[in-house]
Design a protein around this ligand. Sequence first.
Ligand SMILES: [Zn+2]
Ligand SMILES: [Zn+2]
Ligand SMILES: [Zn+2]
Length: 133
Amino acid sequence: MERNKVKMTCAFCRGTGRSRGGVCPVCRGTGTVSLSEPTRRCAYCRGSGLQQRGSVLTCSACGGVGWVTVEEDAVPCPPCGGTGMAPESRLPCLTCRGKGFIPAERAKRLPPAKRPPRRRGRGYGSGKVTLEY
Ligand SMILES: [Zn+2]
Ligand SMILES: [Zn+2]
Ligand SMILES: [Zn+2]
């Protein structure tokens, strides 16, 4: 199976190559990172490259790149619902390691998803999910 490499903008430095007065540790100052296709926005950091909002640590799921390589047949990870975050701990989901996607083959072998409790009122983060059509 051939995998094309794609250049993605480094999320950690937003393509500037600089971070906190120094060279961005993620892209080593190039502003871009190359990843194997297919890529998805990292679910855990939502493409920010940060471990947490306002954090200066790189996301442990994508290493600060903001993008992850997934399988061709990747599907949203059932345990975390594709958020990349374990519902209880808010740590990277152990099944997908924060990517939010796992190979369809693996998903089939997992027990059916437990619906995470709905978050009401307090909006979490900026990514609002609405399921209305
Ligand atoms: Zn960078
Ligand atoms: Zn990430
Ligand atoms: Zn997961």
